[in-house]
Write a protein that binds this ligand. Structure first.
Ligand SMILES: Nc1ncnc2c1ncn2[C@@H]1O[C@H](COP(=O)(O)OP(=O)(O)OP(=O)(O)O)[C@@H](O)[C@H]1O
Length: 344
């Protein structure tokens, strides 16, 4: 087990009668990226602010490298923060924005210039040092904000919805770049986001926060594949929940029998709930499940369908072709990768 650099022990933050963060324990190993994801108002920003020292703890502790940070003010923690809106200084150039922390740290002019160039290259913004932030696109501004956050080589980078202000396709692209930059620089980071795709792209581990508590924490792939409850599953993109005969009809007795009865025959769903991502059911002439299209929504690279499946009820499915209309008869094929059996 890698030793944790950051440890949250039973952290609680109250605002009067409201417990925004309720007894949260989490740890982050050196060089790891943890994403804290959850719906609006679940307390994730408050948790991040508590780590930064911007929000007093009601109970519990934040420990960095074995040291309890109680009483250590924000500016002495050695952490950097980056927000949804990068909050660049508009009266200063891009280069001056990035060099700000370096200047505070007493780095000389020539060294600063070199470091700024290095950081601009890291975030793919070479040649932009003299521009004003206001003349940059939203995505470019966030790249500069990231460079500024990384300038002083922070012990820990805290990211609060760093890509949320950007449009979808740019967000996807920047999420991939952010991942690469964090890995390349070996930065330990905690990122808060409501977007599970973003968390999956950027982070090593994922903590799902619901109503102030951590509902599940683990390696991103594990949480993705094996949510521990319906609430977690719904938040990370599972849309169809089936049990009993409907479940058996869709995923087959083998899956359920094997998982539920340890390989024994029969058993069916045994009262357990099967969760399906839309990608678990694909339109395919050779598919084993028949149904009728009730809704079709085209997105960039797929068509999301609601299908009334025979003997099952409404299920979410994906089609490759955009020519499905209401009332069309389709057949669906199961793709196991989008299937999770929820724990009892
Ligand atoms: N300073 C404050 N005083 C009182 N209540 C607060 C304060 N800050 C946050 N809250 C409340 O605490 C809860 C958690 O807020 P928080 O901002 O942490 O949620 P969040 O998950 O980050 O949501 P969002 O994604 O919408 O930013 C909310 O109910 C919010 O209204």
């Amino acid at each position: 087990m890698v030793e944790a650099m950051l440890e949250l022990r039973d952290v609680t933050v109250r605002f009067g009668a409201l417990a925004a963060v309720r007894s949260v324990s989490l740890s982050v190993a050196e060089g790891d990226v943890l994403a804290v994801i959850g719906p609006s108002g679940c307390g994730k920003s408050t948790l991040l602010r508590a780590v930064a020292g911007l929000e007093p703890l009601t109970a519990g502790s934040v420990v960095w490298d074995g040291r309890d940070l109680a009483g250590v003010p924000t500016h002495e923690r050695g952490f950097a923060l980056m927000f949804q809106d990068g909050q660049l200084f508009n009266h200063a150039s891009v280069g001056e924005n990035i060099a700000y922390a370096l200047r505070l740290g007493g780095m000389g002019r020539a060294a600063r210039r070199g470091r700024v160039e290095e950081l601009l290259e890291l975030v793919g913004m070479q040649g932009y040092a003299d521009r004003r932030p206001a003349t940059l696109s939203g995505g470019q501004q966030q790249r500069v904000a990231l460079a500024r956050s990384l300038a002083a080589d922070p012990a820990l980078l805290l990211l609060d919805e760093p890509l949320s202000a950007l449009d979808r396709s740019l967000r996807d692209r920047l999420a991939g770049d952010l991942r690469e930059i964090l890995v390349q620089t070996g930065t330990t980071a905690v990122m808060v986001t409501h977007d599970h795709d973003e968390a999956f792209t950027v982070a090593d581990r994922m903590a799902v926060m619901l109503e102030g508590k951590i509902a599940q924490e683990g390696p991103t792939g594990e949480v993705w594949r094996a949510p521990v409850s319906r609430e977690v599953a719904e938040f990370i993109g599972y849309e169809t929940f089936l049990s009993g005969e409907a479940a058996e009809r869709v995923v087959g007795r083998e899956v359920l029998g094997h998982e539920v009865c340890g390989g024994g025959a029969g058993g069916g769903a045994d009262g357990r709930v099967v969760a399906l991502r839309p990608s678990a059911l694909r339109v395919d002439e050779a598919g084993g499940l028949a149904g009728v299209v009730r809704r079709a929504v085209t997105v960039s690279d797929a068509v999301h369908l609601d299908v009334d499946a025979e003997g099952v009820g409404t299920v979410a499915a994906l089609a490759d072709e955009p020519d499905h209309r209401l009332g069309d008869e389709v057949r669906l094929r199961l793709d196991d990768r989008g299937v999770a059996l929820l724990p009892r």
